[in-house]
Design a protein around this ligand. Structure first.
Ligand code: PEP
Ligand code: MG
Length: 320
């Protein structure tokens, strides 16, 4: 049994028809790294950096952020480490004031919107991220994108930070990849804007479901309406995976759906090849992947995507 578990951990996740699937980990803080190493994750697919900023009275300065990002980059020893820029707002708030009290915080000055409104704070984070990129394979992920001009502004801010570092003769990875979260329905419905500007995409199903179905993900009273299998959700995920494949840029899913075994075969059948989840879910998902056939799933899921009756979808997904 011990040996079997060890083999499961060390072997790469590949389907029965030989397709390699990347299983990456979501983390909140550098202290999560031992759990990631324990399951031999293929990198970090989502480092939610807001946890460095929360539950404290002051913002972390460049040095403190640099140390945190560098620690993770070094620990992952060349495996990709996808670090998301600050996603504060909605249910995640700053003690230092941050976005003001809003009537609809989930629709307010959240994530990239907040960062673009606080350019100095954003520069501090970008400088720390770029400096850490000299110590491992860091990728930068921008959350909550809806507009092309938000991508352009974020890319300009990164360019500005790079130029500053060059002038100061501070090292960073000149080839650092920049990606965007697809978690607002508008982004999934206008993917061209994003694939043209970015190196990779990551689907945030938690927010994609919240915003598509107009369900506050923290409100218990509407939790029964929060449905990952709603046909609208399936279509938005599928078109995003397809657009990435067509443009030749990687797409991952880093929302809760990626770590839920009910949806593994569905996502594989949609063409997903990169999953990011809580480290505790990786081995279970890997076991299911080892028993999957992407060709067969592609055909079956193609049919599911043409269904729109919830019961039929649920039944077909359960049978995959
Ligand atoms: C998501 O929205 O699915 C996601 C991964 O981001 P978060 O849960 O941090 O909003
Ligand atoms: Mg999100």
């Amino acid at each position: 049994e011990r040996n079997k578990l060890k083999r499961l951990k060390a072997n790469r996740a590949a389907t029965m028809d030989g397709v390699e699937i990347a299983l990456q980990a979501n983390i909140e803080l550098p202290r999560d790294i031992p759990a990631v190493k324990d399951v031999y994750a293929d990198g970090i697919g989502l480092f939610r950096t807001e946890f460095l900023f929360m539950n404290r009275d002051t913002l972390p300065n460049e040095e403190e952020q640099f140390e945190a990002y560098k620690t993770v980059a070094r620990a992952m020893a060349g495996k990709p480490v996808t670090i998301r820029t600050l996603d504060i707002g909605a249910d995640k708030t700053l003690a230092t004031g941050g976005p003001r009290a809003e009537t609809n915080p989930a629709l307010g000055l959240r994530a990239i919107r907040f960062c673009l409104a606080e350019p100095q704070m954003f520069q501090t984070q970008l400088r720390a991220l770029l400096r850490a990129s000299a110590h491992g394979k860091i990728k930068i992920l921008i959350p909550m994108l809806a507009h092309a001009h938000e991508v352009d502004a974020a890319l300009n801010a990164i360019e500005y930070a790079k130029n500053q570092l060059r002038a100061e003769k501070i090292r960073f990875d000149e080839d650092i990849k920049i990606g965007g979260m697809i978690e607002i329905p508008a982004a999934a419905l206008a993917l061209g804007l994003f694939v043209r500007r970015l190196d990779f995409l990551s689907i945030g199903t938690n927010d994609l479901i919240q915003y598509t179905l107009a369900i506050d993900r923290t409100d218990e009273a509407v939790a029964h309406l929060y449905d990952p299998l709603h046909p609208a959700i399936l279509r938005l995920i599928a078109v995003t995976i397809q657009a990435g494949a067509k443009a030749g840029i990687p797409v991952s899913v880093c929302g809760e759906m990626a770590g839920d075994k009910q949806f593994t075969k569905l996502l594989l059948g949609m063409g997903l090849r990169q999953f990011s989840m809580h480290p505790a879910q990786i081995l279970q998902i890997k076991q299911d992947i080892l028993l999957s056939d992407t060709t067969e799933l592609g055909v079956k899921v193609g049919k599911i995507l043409r269904l729109d009756e919830p019961d039929k979808i649920r039944e077909a997904v359960a049978k995959l």
